[in-house]
Ligand binder design. Structure first.
Ligand code: ZN
Ligand code: ZN
Length: 402
């Protein structure tokens, strides 16, 4: 544990940028980012503090996790489908809105005693202050608020909207958008529908064959289908969200099955076949702009601060900077050795996360995390971590302590 040295470093950092915050002598401006990295082999999540680049802690769980962070960054959900469990980490970074500034409270990261158990939990989706975890093994949905997890008063709402399938549920106000399986379980998932918090169906099923992947941007959810995307727009007041299917027929072969949502601008970035991405702009005359990549895609991420930036790692080991506004790849940087997309989908390959002004990239075969500056687009540092670093999420930001 390196709390003291981390804090010392944080204080030095805030001294270095003194003048940004004009406030009482007792107030400090602090910036902290932490990475949480799932190991590819062992059930371990390692926490790395970016202020000093050292491993703060390692949390033992049951198996290699898929990691999802909450919107606030206060908690991380480590989904272990085969083990039927979702472990929860308190990241130790909490923000509180104070109107003209936000306060930051920094504590140790910890593995919480609350474990969500199910048959085969998979997608974790947050919306309207509610986190929904879909259990593929049962078709059930577990709903809860992050504050209940943090306060130790975890008492989830359980809904059973339909049969078991690889599904998802997206909370939108007093409603949920849920995937609808085909009557024949061997057929692709059929579509999406709205239910209320009692589990009652509201409105008709909208077709979205093979529905997979979702993201939220400016209160709108997008979902991937084999033949397009479905956009879910919240209703006004107590009315339900409306679902609209937009076909991607004009884009050629491929479909959207993974999505990221813009934060400061309303757009989505989706995969499209193995070697392209598609920029999706709801309400636009031309809602889709397909961007072909030089080689196949390994992973991609959006920059929540530099809203026009998306980062795409391709299998030749190059990080591509995609300008969302122009739809052009403006920079490329060799970061890792090639990681071929041939072979098993679960083979160890890099994953990306954006932490402030750095892109963090796992390099599983080298046991490294590369940090690329979003300002210079150069590798600034490569941090050695034990094991085989694989899945990654970043949390953090800046705030005032006073
Ligand atoms: Zn304050
Ligand atoms: Zn999935």
């Amino acid at each position: 544990m390196s709390r003291t040295s981390t804090l010392t470093k944080l204080l030095l950092t805030s001294v270095a940028i003194t003048g940004l915050v004009a406030s009482s002598a007792a107030a400090h401006d602090e910036t902290v980012y932490r990475l949480f990295i799932g190991d590819h082999v062992d059930g371990i999540i390692r926490a790395v503090d970016l202020n000093d680049g050292t491993e703060m802690d390692a949390f033992q769980i049951d198996q290699t996790p898929a990691l999802t962070r909450s919107i606030s960054g206060r908690t991380i959900y480590a989904v272990q489908g085969d083990a039927g469990k979702v472990a929860i980490i308190d990241t130790g970074i909490a923000f509180e809105d104070h109107g003209d500034h936000q306060d930051i409270k920094i504590t140790d990261a910890q593995l919480l005693s609350t474990v969500i158990e199910g048959t085969r939990p998979a997608h974790v989706v947050e919306g309207s202050g509610t986190i929904a975890i879909f259990d593929d093994g049962t078709g059930d949905v577990v709903l809860f608020s992050e504050s209940d997890v943090i306060n130790g008063s975890f008492d989830p709402l359980n809904l059973s909207p339909g049969a078991a399938h690889h599904g998802l549920a997206a909370p939108m106000g007093d409603f949920l958008v849920v995937s609808v399986p085909h009557e024949d379980p061997d057929q692709p998932r059929f579509g999406l529908r709205v239910i209320d918090m009692d589990g009652a169906e509201v409105g008709d099923v909208v077709e979205c064959p093979g529905v997979h992947g979702q993201a939220q941007s400016a209160r709108v959810f997008a979902f991937g289908c084999h033949d397009g995307v479905v956009l879910a727009t919240p209703g006004t007041g107590a009315t339900q969200p409306t679902l609209e299917h937009i076909p991607t027929a004009d884009l050629g072969d491929g479909n959207v099955s993974t999505l990221k949502g813009g934060t400061a601008m309303q757009f989505f970035l989706g995969n499209f076949g193995p070697a392209a991405v598609v920029i999706i702009e709801p309400g636009s005359e031309e809602p889709f702009r397909k961007v072909d990549l030089p080689t196949r895609r390994v992973d991609f991420a959006l920059d929540p601060v530099l809203a026009q930036n998306a980062y795409i790692l391709t299998e030749d080991g190059q990080l591509r900077l995609l300008n969302i506004l122009s739809g052009e790849i403006t920079q490329s940087l060799q970061v890792t050795e090639p990681y071929s997309m041939d072979g098993h989908w679960r083979d160890p390959r890099p994953r990306l996360a954006v932490a402030g002004d750095h892109i963090a990239i796992t390099d599983p075969l080298q046991g490294l995390i590369h940090l690329v500056s979003t300002e210079t687009f150069e590798v600034e540092q490569s941090i050695a971590v034990e094991g085989v670093p694989y899945t990654i999420v970043a949390v953090g930001g800046s705030g005032v302590t006073h």
